[in-house]
Unconditional design. Structure first.
Length: 301
């Protein structure tokens, strides 16, 4: 079944449109993409938003976490996605230490992702006082911001692992408070990652802006999944992910068939080949001989 876009195929989804989608009770579809062709395909499929996630550190660049991802990485990949997407809202992750040190740095880097890379919004992790202040400053400067609470991968060294967060009453209350404060700061939406289903549903009821879940249950206003997890390209499938295809096996089979054809000289065949007549080849050989003779005479002098 095809995904129904938020508006007509020619209309760009905006950050402001997210609130209307929540109001209409229509679940919001978000997926990550990291390059031109991946973004083109998911955009044509009718998703509402494309998140250029710092997960590219693991899915594309081969790192063990999101922490090594730089602003240069994010700007380059966001620009590629932005060139492909004509319908979906493009949201770019602010990578580790691109906004935490100061508001000035946050403003400069967020501005770069919009002005240079073509994103229409950014996402930052965390719901503490500093994160809330950053959201407020960015929104005031004209940058739409999506928040992100629960499991925040940039804080993995503090959290101690990729596990469900806010599992007790105190932590759950803190998360609900963070959602309210991010909303008050001007965030247009909040990613809820790896938290109990009941807590995610309550947070969704509590705020008027959309919640986008990943490992947070069906009660959120929308869902986000990683391109590689969805399509079976990666080696690891998180518990919260569902594989809708096994492109990894398809790619391996295609490359194996290509390898066999090359080794058995079945590729390239006539369909992939161009010819010219023997006289032309003979003429080329004559020209080559004359050139080499001339060069030999030059060297002798």
């Amino acid at each position: 079944m095809s995904v129904q876009p938020a508006a007509s195929a020619s209309a760009r989804v905006t950050a402001a449109a997210f609130a209307s989608l929540k109001g209409a009770g229509r679940p919001i579809v978000v997926i990550t993409a990291y390059d031109y062709h991946g973004a083109r395909l998911v955009d044509e499929a009718g998703v509402d938003a494309i998140l250029v996630g710092d997960s590219l550190g693991m899915t594309v660049l081969g790192h063990a976490s999101t922490l090594p991802v730089t602003m240069e990485d994010m700007a380059r990949h966001t620009a590629a996605v932005s060139r492909a997407a004509t319908h979906a809202l493009v949201i770019a992750d602010m990578p580790f230490m691109s906004y935490q040190p100061s508001l000035e740095l946050a403003l400069l880097n967020a501005g770069r992702l919009l002005a240079e890379a073509g994103a229409q919004a950014v996402k930052i992790e965390g719901g503490g006082p500093d994160a809330v202040m950053t959201v407020e400053a960015l929104v005031e400067a004209g940058v739409p911001v999506m928040g992100h609470v629960g499991l925040t991968p940039q804080s993995i060294n503090v959290l101690g692992g990729y596990s469900t967060q806010a599992k007790n009453a105190a932590a759950a209350a803190t998360l609900l408070e963070q959602c309210l404060e991010l909303q008050e700061a001007g965030a247009f939406g909040i990613v809820l990652e790896c938290i109990p289903v009941e807590l995610a549903a309550r947070a969704t009821e509590l705020v008027t802006i959309p919640t986008i879940g990943i490992g947070a249950g069906v009660g959120c206003d929308g869902q986000v999944q990683v391109f590689h997890d969805l399509l079976g390209i990666g080696e690891f499938v998180p518990r919260h992910a569902k594989r809708y295809a096994d492109l990894g096996q398809t790619i391996r089979a295609a490359v194996s068939a290509y390898s066999d054809d090359v080794r058995d000289r079945r590729f390239p065949g006539e369909e992939q080949s161009t010819h010219f007549d023997a006289a032309t080849l003979e003429q080329a050989e004559q020209i080559l001989a004359e050139r080499r003779e001339f060069m030999a005479e030059e060297d002798a002098e």
